[in-house]
Ligand binder design. Structure first.
Ligand SMILES: Cc1ncc(COP(=O)(O)O)c(C=O)c1O
Length: 383
């Protein structure tokens, strides 16, 4: 555990804005995911973007202690940070790379994603003096259009890579573009294309150890896509990847975002609030200032839309979100006091405000809500 939970007036300094991370919920989610998988299907935990804003080192550390051996990150910088924290982990960079970064891949034993003959040549040349074969994963584009060799050219590329003495094709993977669609045929088609290529590998004498395709929605909606490795990201953190879909039972949100009332005042009816005067009080009320704004990741698009929880009651954000402060109408909570705790994302009693709610109010997706939480907001880990 990195830091204790904040206490006001206690031994631990009380920040005015902080994130609580429930590692016990993370472990719970891992268990729920494992129950959905065949016992021989392994997990590559996606911890890119600082574990979706949850803190990569702490999240990966907790998962590693619970048997996760394989992690996915976005780039070599994240991979090196993770390598320093997790010496024994397998780390796959899911993104691409610059030729100048290859020495760092080799030095820190990081597995690259190769999408082209150029990628493979660059790696093979850099490894010329090495003795052992270097593990690489080859990505196949079956419809996402991002990284990966287009599937009709995959066999040629795989054959070419397999001739390189220093490279070991340890994994073969693809990524779904429409796993959230009610209509499942697109994802099934991507999977069929991928499986067809897998089926032809024998003829080329290529035997990768891992085949993987499933992200969170692949895991929950497409059992046949599990193959022998899955890549969960967002469901590990207890968030719903799709506004129209349901999370598997038992999944719990890991992150809570909290603040405190920094200032409280009575205002008359007809007072305008914040930049642009987009809100006018309809009655005499009390307005609380909270020290959170878009610079912390509490998005401007939440202006006049979101709610917060105070003493178990939902209170509306009024006026525009500013760089580091927001205003909340707390007229409905007469007991409110300066420095009271306020929940921006999380639960109080039986009321909840989820990252999914903020996403809906701001017109975005929960991924962006948590990834955007700035790292100057301290994270406190509860084991
Ligand atoms: C290649 C790849 N695999 C897996 C994931 C995890 O996706 P999710 O968070 O939807 O589970 C991502 C995330 O963007 C990804 O880029």
């Amino acid at each position: 555990m990195k830091a204790k939970m904040p206490l006001i007036g206690g031994q631990t300094p009380a920040p005015m804005l902080w994130i609580e991370i429930r590692l016990d919920h993370l472990r719970n989610n891992l268990k729920v995911i494992r129950r959905l998988l065949h016992p021989r299907t392994d997990i590559l935990a996606v911890v890119k973007a600082d574990a979706y804003g949850h803190g990569m080192k702490e999240v990966a550390g907790a998962l590693a202690k619970n048997g996760v051996r394989f992690f996915g990150v976005a780039n070599i910088d994240e991979a090196v940070t993770l390598r320093k924290a997790c010496r024994a982990a397998r780390i796959l960079v899911l993104g691409s790379f610059h030729a100048g970064q290859i020495p760092d891949f080799i030095r820190y034993r990081i597995t690259p994603t190769l999408s082209s003959a150029e990628d493979a040549d660059l790696f093979a040349r850099a490894l010329a003096s090495g003795k052992k074969k270097y593990p690489v994963h080859v990505k196949i584009d079956t419809g996402m259009g991002r990284l990966g060799v287009w599937h009709t050219r995959a066999e040629n590329l795989l054959e070419e890579i397999s001739k390189k003495k220093r490279l070991n094709i340890e994994g073969l993977y693809t990524h779904f573009s429409r796993a959230d669609h009610r209509e499942k045929k697109h994802t099934r088609k991507q999977l069929r294309i991928f499986e067809k290529i897998i089926g032809r590998l024998g003829r080329l004498g290529i035997r990768p150890r891992y085949f993987h395709a499933a992200n969170s929605l692949g895991i929950t909606r497409f059992k046949h896509s599990h193959l022998n490795l899955v890549r969960p990201g967002i469901i590990l953190y207890g968030l719903n990847p799709s506004a129209s879909g349901k999370l598997p039972p038992g999944i719990k949100p890991v992150l809570t975002l909290k603040t405190r009332i920094s200032f409280l005042k009575d205002v008359e009816k007809g007072r305008t609030l914040s930049y642009g005067a987009t809100h006018e009080t309809a009655r005499r009320t009390r307005i609380a200032t909270l020290p959170v704004g878009y610079s912390h990741g509490y998005r401007w698009g939440l202006s006049n839309k979101s709610r917060v929880l105070l003493r178990g009651r939902a209170c509306p954000v009024v006026g525009r979100v500013t760089m580091d402060q927001i205003l909340v109408d707390v007229g409905g909570v007469p007991a409110a006091r300066r420095w009271d705790e306020v929940t921006l994302i999380g639960q109080e009693g039986n009321r909840k405000i989820l990252a999914e709610d903020l996403a809906r109010w701001a017109g975005t997706i929960p991924y962006e809500i948590v990834c955007a939480l700035h790292n100057r907001v301290p994270r406190f880990y509860k084991d």
